[in-house]
Ligand binder design. Structure first.
Ligand code: UT7
Length: 322
């Protein structure tokens, strides 16, 4: 059986930095409240002529440049996003076309903030099954396009950007056992409306923007992630103290702190992207991992636990040895 190895990583964000003072000017809030409740100091917003596919392409170009990778033989592109340029064609097809990857299949993954982690699970499965050898997994969002800037409980949270990784067939591999799961009964707690006016009979706010029950999702995230970390460790025959870096979805710094409190994992050994980039949904994990690697924190051989969670509600996790 072929094994899957994560061999390269890239990222991209728009140029425009948006600080908390901007939100003080449009909603009733303060920089102090945002920082103390979420940790967020800045996030990036796309320009009017920039879309999710642009950040996908830039993240892949960054990956190719930094790791000197030839991507002409990529055979599958997986893109996780909840904010595509349009519902059809898929972002993966746009990337396939824009980067002229003529040998690649193309598929979008729709699992919100768990989508990048789900992408890793799918890529590993395709490589283990022998049908594919070189796969791009991209998490990319332009959440500023699906943000309700009149909603003072959520608009300051979201940012735009992308992260991309290359997963290759390899004799040894560095992606361990993975986990996936969902709590679909929580669909109403975090959604973007589309055609249907209700979920499970409950009326939706039909503004095609992110609507969330922050407190409920917060509690679900802490309980679920803390419990599922144990499942993931057991599946990989590892204990928590063997993990060098924990990279949870960056939804809120307080969620990461609560998970660490619950599990006893040292907060200093977590990688986050929430403080500088806000919640970029599908992109938070690859952006955090990228910065951990670029800064020299993550060393060769380090064991990294990633755990995506969010809209669905859904979650997925994986262990990677860098
Ligand atoms: O990525 C997908 C997954 N998403 C998540 O995991 C998000 C999870 N949830 C959260 O991150 C947090 O629930 C939020 C950051 C969204 C909200 O923080 P919170 O600490 O849960 O605030 P809250 O909703 O419990 O509200 C606390 C107080 C309220 O005032 P009272 O009722 O205590 O007087 C709100 O009215 O904070 C008030 N508040 C604000 N104050 C200043 C709500 N929004 C704001 C605001 N500025 N922007």
């Amino acid at each position: 059986m072929a094994n899957a190895r994560l061999t390269a990583i890239g990222m991209a964000v728009p140029q425009k930095v948006v600080n908390n003072a901007y939100f003080e000017s449009i909603i009733e809030t303060t920089d102090e409240w945002i920082v103390s409740r979420t940790g967020i100091k800045t996030r990036y917003h796309a320009a009017d002529n920039e879309f999710t596919s642009d950040f996908c392409v830039r993240a892949v170009q960054d990956l190719a440049d930094k790791y000197n990778k030839d991507l002409s033989d990529v055979d599958m592109i997986l893109v996780s996003t909840v904010s595509p340029d349009q519902p059809m064609p898929s972002m993966a097809c746009r990337v396939q076309h824009l980067l002229k990857m003529n040998k690649a299949g193309a598929l979008d993954i729709y699992a919100a903030c768990a989508g990048f982690s789900y992408g890793l699970v799918v890529a590993k499965g395709l490589i283990n099954g022998g049908s594919h050898k070189k796969i791009l997994v991209i998490g990319a969002e332009t959440l500023s396009r699906v943000t309700d800037f009149t909603d003072r409980t959520s608009c300051f949270l979201f940012g735009d950007g992308a992260g991309a990784v290359l997963i290759e067939a390899d004799p040894v591999g560095n992606i361990g056992q993975c986990i996936t799961g969902a709590s679909g009964e929580g669909g109403i707690d975090l959604y973007i409306s589309g055609f249907a006016p209700t979920i499970d009979g409950q009326e939706l706010k039909m503004n095609r923007c992110i609507v969330q029950n922050g407190r409920k999702v917060f509690k679900w995230a802490v309980t679920t992630v803390a419990a599922e970390m144990k499942t993931l460790l057991a599946k990989n025959d590892l204990s928590l103290d063997q993990i060098d870096w924990f990279v949870p979805h960056s939804a809120n710094l307080r969620i990461i702190e609560a998970i660490c409190n619950e599990t006893g994992f040292p907060i200093e050994k977590t990688l986050e992207s929430i403080v500088d980039f806000g919640n970029t949904s599908s992109a938070t994990i690859p952006i955090a991992l990228y910065n951990g690697i670029q800064s020299g924190k993550v060393k060769k051989g380090d064991k990294i636990m990633i755990m995506g969670f969010g809209g669905g509600l859904a979650y997925a996790g994986a262990i990677i040895e860098w």
